[in-house]
Design a protein around this ligand. Structure first.
Ligand code: DX5
Ligand code: ZN
Length: 225
């Protein structure tokens, strides 16, 4: 299993001071930055493009930037984000006509690749693309907005995805996105997640070292994988 990673979603950051926000959340102990891309077509909201990813790199951010594409289509943006300094790119399978081809494209451009499954999307396609995946991201809210409540029925899906990953060499990261907070992070980890994407609970706390330390405390001594 991969080591635990805490990935703040910049959607809830103070966007007028994004460079500083990202710097301070990383300094506070975050492991990676989660970058939500929304197109007002695949999801009913609009957010950030590749220029902003490039701007964070130019500002001096060296840690991994994980791009979560909530766009349709995906291939053109995959190329643009790879060029703009993305470390990994995940997309929703419903948004690509050719899932396998899009996954190849991500790796060919030197990034880690991943698929994002919505609440009502089944795990059934995963066995066919496991060798092309670095990340499986399970949504625990409907995509499009920060600050929504964690959907507990996703816990059994996390367990199932963990089994699939463990039976296949344990090299794929299992990320969960949406509604994660101090109350539920341990339960989510116990179900099998290793990467915790959290926006409003981190950026809403105002004391980033404190909340990230509290997350790590909550994740201590978890067994059962
Ligand atoms: C939702 C996004 C999430 C979101 C998480 O569409 O993919 O990354 O920003 O934020 P919280 O932690 O507030 O649910
Ligand atoms: Zn996201």
């Amino acid at each position: 299993m991969q080591s635990f990673a805490i990935a703040p979603s910049i959607l809830s950051a103070d966007l007028a001071r994004l460079g500083e926000e990202v710097e301070s959340v990383l300094k506070a102990g975050a492991d990676r930055i989660h970058f939500d891309v929304m197109d007002n077509h695949y999801v009913p909201n609009l957010s950030f493009g590749p220029q902003l990813c490039q701007a964070l790199r130019d500002y001096g951010i060296k840690m991994p930037i994980d791009v979560h594409l909530m766009t349709k289509p995906v291939d053109n943006l995959i190329s643009m984000f790879a060029k703009a300094g993305a470390s990994s790119i995940c997309f929703h399978p419903e948004a690509s006509e050719h899932i396998d081809r899009s996954l190849h494209l991500i790796r060919d451009l030197g990034c880690q690749s991943g698929l994002v499954l919505n609440l009502a999307t089944s795990l059934s396609i995963l066995p066919y693309v496991l060798d092309k995946l670095d990340i499986i991201l399970l949504m625990s809210v409907n995509p499009g907005f920060g600050g929504q409540e964690f959907e507990p029925s996703v816990l059994s899906k996390i367990k199932e995805a963990r089994k699939l990953i463990s039976n296949n060499g344990d090299k794929i990261r299992l990320a969960v996105d949406g509604g994660i907070n101090l109350e539920n992070i341990r339960t989510i980890a116990e179900a099998g997640a290793d990467t915790f994407i959290s926006g409003s609970a981190i950026f809403g706390s105002k004391d980033y070292p404190k909340i990230i330390k509290a997350y790590r405390e909550a994740l201590k001594d978890i067994e059962g994988y």
